[in-house]
Design a protein around this ligand. Structure first.
Ligand SMILES: Nc1ncnc2c1ncn2[C@@H]1O[C@H](COP(=O)(O)OP(=O)(O)OP(=O)(O)O)[C@@H](O)[C@H]1O
Ligand SMILES: [Mg+2]
Length: 349
């Protein structure tokens, strides 16, 4: 509270936004003071590891346990108290409904108790707006194309302004993150498997095996066929023998990663050609992937377009992106009523 007191003495009233994220299996809170991240706290949920994926009911319970301590920790790190808050932003959806309800109920109650504006944020819009979290160097200039690639979604978005986004391509079935996670499970790796595939792939030959790269109409993508083909490949290579799987794990991980990255980079290149937009952003959890980053940079170099990635901690679920998106809405005068409800699915586009 010391810094805020000093700001007030200087005569300025800082804008202090609390962001709350609870759409899946990360409970997160962040404090932004005049747009700058003062605290960004994320509590993961170990409880899902033994199930090899997120169990919705367990996620809701863990959010209930974690949310108050996480918010307290964010406010402690930011050196603020509840009365310093000028707005509360939370993830309205899409996500797991029970998980979203925990964050929504908390945010609604807090905003009501403090008589401050409540802001309902779209999680996928926030993944895009993560580019605008300060302290990361240059953010992409508007308009730009964004490849949003996360655990539950994969889409190409034309970003005209912070609040004007058009989906121009999407996966027809699974998300790329899901293909990484399911592929990792087939290789006997823990959940979430994306980061582990990334690590194993470094030791493997991506050309040792081949997987199909399905072609969809327009700018759409598909990953369910890749997942099935990978399951068959793992079975035929290992024959169910754990020793053989151990020997080939790195090559199989590299093959899967290479295939997913190829689909994502090819579609992004086509989106650049079709739209003529030469500024590209990549965000969401899968954008942490080292091969995706290097292949995108390579494609951008040859295609003479620019590519931007948020810092890794702003790619996976976090509340700094929720608070940042909340600020854009607040400044546009878009405030939620106190009886606002979360939604599990994205609104129709
Ligand atoms: N280095 C990496 N390589 C590949 N995938 C990764 C890497 N790091 C994280 N991921 C993947 O990112 C996903 C999590 O990202 P994120 O937190 O954005 O998704 P989510 O919030 O669960 O889904 P959504 O945003 O669609 O609701 C997981 O599928 C995870 O495996
Ligand atoms: Mg997410």
């Amino acid at each position: 509270m010391a810094k805020l007191a000093a700001d007030l003495e200087r005569g300025s009233t800082p804008e202090v936004v609390l962001g709350i994220e609870s759409s899946c299996d990360d409970t997160a809170a962040a404090v932004l003071v005049d747009g700058h991240v003062r605290a960004n706290v994320v509590a993961g949920q170990e409880v899902h590891r033994r199930w090899g994926g997120v169990v919705p009911e367990l996620a809701s319970r863990a959010h209930q346990e974690n949310l108050v301590p996480v918010v307290h920790e964010a406010m402690r790190l930011a050196n603020i108290g509840p009365s310093d808050l000028t707005a509360v932003a939370f993830t309205q959806g899409p996500g797991l409904i029970g998980a979203l309800l925990v964050g929504a109920c908390f945010a609604r109650s807090l905003a009501q108790a403090l008589s401050v504006p409540l802001i309902a944020v779209d999680h996928l819009q926030a993944h895009v707006l993560a580019h605008f979290i300060p302290g990361q160097g240059k953010s992409p200039e508007l308009p730009f194309l964004n490849l949003t690639v996360s655990g539950g979604h994969t889409r190409l978005v034309l970003v005209r302004s912070a609040l004007d986004m058009q989906v121009i391509g999407t996966t027809r079935d699974d998300a790329a993150g899901e293909a990484f996670d399911k592929g990792a499970k087939l290789l006997g790796l823990d959940y979430p498997g994306g980061p582990l595939i990334d690590r194993w792939a470094r030791e493997g030959d991506p050309k040792r095996y081949a997987l199909p790269t399905p072609r969809m109409d327009g700018l759409d993508m598909s990953f369910s066929g890749v997942k099935t083909a990978f399951r068959d490949l793992v079975q035929s290579v290992s024959g169910g023998d754990p020793e053989r799987l151990n020997e080939e794990r790195a090559h199989l991980a590299a093959t899967l990663q290479n295939t997913i990255v190829k689909i994502l980079v090819e579609r992004t290149k086509e989106a650049v050609e079709r739209t003529g937009c030469t500024r590209v952003g990549v965000s969401g959890g899968v954008s942490v992937n080292s091969a995706l980053r290097s292949e995108m940079l390579r494609a951008a170099d040859t295609g003479e377009w620019s590519v931007h990635f948020p810092r890794p901690e702003y790619c996976t679920d976090n509340a700094a992106m929720i608070a940042t998106a909340g600020r854009f809405l607040l400044h546009a005068g878009i405030v939620a009523p106190l009886d606002v409800v979360p939604h599990a699915r994205p609104p129709k586009v």
